[in-house]
Design a protein around this ligand. Sequence first.
Ligand code: GLU
Length: 284
Amino acid sequence: MVTRFAPSPTGLLHLGHAASALAGWHAARTAGGRFLLRLEDIDPQRCRPGYAQAILEDLGWLGLDWDGEVRVQSGHLDDYRCVLGNLHRRGLLYECFCSRAAIARETALSVAAPHVSPDHVPLYPGTCRRLDPELRRRRSAAGEPFVLRLDMRSALAGLACTERALLARDADTGRDRQCHPERFGDVVLARRDVPASYHLCVTHDDWLQGVTLVVRGEDLLPATDVHRLLQALMGWTPPAWSHHHLLLDRDGRRLAKRDGAPTLRAMRADGMTAAHVRALAGFP
Ligand code: GLU
């Protein structure tokens, strides 16, 4: 059993993070397995080294320990470039030069109702997928900024027969769930300002680090379908998944950094002990 906690250092940890980290830690330790810590800090606009340091301290204060070195994603950008290169050579990625505004304009012109992906982004209408390859080459050679998108239809069509039914194992029920990555359309795998997307890095690292059980919040359940597809395309053994319920505040809203959920730091400053916080997170 190998589990992990993989926060993005974009803010301080709150009780919801503590619950997630404790769930992964507990699963590994009760099975005599390994618990890993990974900092998903590829987005330089949103991540801060100060938060990364605070995360390590807060987890230590909670009483969590982890095995081996902390993997810091920003130190491994070549790994992600390598995966992107592989998919690109196989014709599964294409450069997309469309701005958000251009996509919104194009979607508005369409007669059909706009489709939205499970993460609430309008589905990409495929404009740059249809670009003439020579024009695409010239635009990128001229330095026009682009994102890299997965050609979803080609990716699904190219899967081997055994992988056609993309299944994700739910560790809590023991059942396999049918994945539908097509609901995301031509998902972005590398951004203009960030060399690789969350989907690509998380899937690569879970495979590289031998993670066998991904424990995380149910808000990330839909993204699992894209992850399962990337695993199939790259021949990476999939882990099982346990998506836990999110902790809610008194008004029934999910705890989130942006809504000012109380941080572990603030709870500690208020005199709460780590044992108290662990109990609140459901792990007395
Ligand atoms: N880094 C992601 C986040 O902080 C979580 C990644 C994952 O657990 O798959 O939201």
